[in-house]
Design a protein around this ligand. Structure first.
Ligand code: BT5
Length: 226
């Protein structure tokens, strides 16, 4: 196990972990709460006390499937708690159609890849009222799903699963991802069905006419039923 740094409050565990990584350290950074938790594309991640907010410093050869591995590690760990999660590209974890976890992966390159900081936020032990009103229809927490979780045990499980996924074959990882992905989505209002992932972690989808598309960035929305 790497060194685990636990802080009561941080602006963002990713920001703290990046500083450690820049000084050559490897660690897992946990905060009981974050005051400026970060989502992707400059968005906010609300991180009240009770949730599991942490960042892992990794130094892999390639960063491409790291968020995919992280999402699978969470899925496997939730399964051990009897919770069935589903994946939404690029790397959200949903339970009963609502977001329970987000992943923010940030890479640093000099000549080549130096490190990846994978930030993971899992809504565990707090009620939905701790999140802003506008998120209460789209988000859920383990507590809200009637599941009690020990944050440190969940952390240990996710870290062990990431470690084991990093030794697994790409094809196996991609197959597991597809098997757990939500299939019917839309991007920029275009309806698509999810078919798979490329080796780089891009989304392979088909439009309603059966034309294949590779989606490299952006946000997808869910179409119901999933
Ligand atoms: C994410 O971004 O989902 C990545 C979130 C990563 C958070 C972790 S916590 C530890 C580490 N340290 C950090 O500072 N960050 C990482 P994105 O796909 O952009 O989704 C952000 C959107 O999710 C927001 O715009 C809200 O709509 C919604 N959201 C915010 N907080 C939420 C929460 N706690 N639960 C569910 N949805 C939330």
């Amino acid at each position: 196990m790497p060194e685990i740094v636990i802080k009561y409050s941080l602006s963002s565990t990713n920001a703290y972990a990046k500083k450690l990584a820049d000084s050559g350290k490897n660690a897992v950074v946990v905060a009981l709460k974050q005051t400026q938790g970060k989502g992707r594309l400059g968005r906010k991640w609300f991180s009240p006390k009770g949730g599991l907010w942490f960042s892992v410093i990794l130094r892999p050869k390639s960063a491409s499937l790291i968020p995919v591995m992280a999402s699978l590690a969470i899925l496997r760990s939730l399964k051990k708690l009897g919770v069935k999660g589903k994946l939404k590209w690029p790397n959200d974890v949903y339970v009963n159609g609502k977001k329970i976890c987000g992943i923010l992966s940030e890479s640093s390159f000099s000549q080549s890849l130096e490190y990846v900081v994978v930030g993971i936020g899992i809504n565990t032990n707090f009620p939905l009222e701790k999140l802003p009103k506008e998120l209460r229809k789209t988000a859920t927490t383990l507590m809200e799903e009637g599941v009690g979780a020990n944050n440190m045990e969940l952390l240990e499980s996710v870290l062990l699963e990431i470690k084991s996924l990093m030794m697994e074959k790409k094809t196996k990882i991609i197959r597991e991802w597809i098997g757990n992905a939500m299939r019917k989505v839309s991007i920029n209002s275009e309806k698509l069905s999810v078919g798979g992932l490329t080796d780089e972690g891009y989304l392979v989808a088909k439009d309603l006419k059966g034309r294949k598309k590779i989606i490299t960035e952006g946000d997808i929305r869910l179409r119901r039923p999933f």
